[in-house]
Ligand binder design. Structure first.
Ligand SMILES: [Fe+2]
Length: 195
């Protein structure tokens, strides 16, 4: 197992909102968009309790990390387990990533990624994969989440609007809506429990 961890200047719910849509991907994750195909090969599913999306790989030779055909045993599946656990499978060798969003204050979170591989010795493709998540993908999302947090703090912000179009999962935010409903329900239950 290999762990990468960093502190993010944003509330934990901001990080999970960010993870539940790919509206931001085309402009902010240019290398990811060549690794996986959100435009025509993404399937988003939910049953009211769990939700996930499955994405086919796009190009073996891509700027995120090159895929070796001999090691290619899985495509992508990105899930969510309420409240803060996000299991991730990326294209490549058999592996899994547990992404945990750990609340660390009203405007601070810990983003922890634990990587699990079949063998203790990592292949060069697996090391490139970890480096891509650590040095490219996570920093791209950290920049976005910290920017959103600054926006939430501004006196000009009241309420945002979500784009909900299930026929266009590449930019729909319906899973953000699901997550926010979970949060709302949890807050209602917490409030009702106060004597
Ligand atoms: Fe992102």
């Amino acid at each position: 197992m290999q762990r990468i961890e960093r502190e993010v200047g944003a509330n934990w719910k901001t990080l999970i909102d960010n993870n539940h849509e790919c509206y931001h991907c085309a402009f902010n994750h240019k290398s990811l968009m060549q690794l996986v195909d959100y435009e025509s090969q993404a399937v988003w599913s939910d049953d009211g309790i769990t939700f996930s999306h499955e994405v086919k790989r796009k190009q073996l030779d891509n700027p995120a990390y090159a895929l070796n055909p001999d090691e290619l045993r899985q495509d992508s599946l990105f899930g969510f387990i309420w409240p803060t656990l996000i299991p991730l499978w990326f294209p490549g060798s058999p592996s899994a990533v547990l992404f945990q969003v750990i609340p660390n204050g009203p405007e601070s979170s810990i983003a922890r990624h634990d990587f699990y591989f079949l063998d203790t010795g990592m292949s060069s493709q697996e090391q490139d994969f970890v480096d891509y998540i650590d040095k490219v993908l996570v920093p791209e999302d950290v920049t976005l989440c910290e920017s959103v947090q600054r926006g939430l703090r501004s006196r000009g912000y009241r309420q945002g609007k979500l784009i909900v179009d299930r026929s266009r999962p590449d930019f729909s935010e319906h899973h953000v809506h699901f997550f926010q409903q979970f949060v709302y329900q949890a807050l209602l239950e917490a409030k009702a429990a106060v004597p």
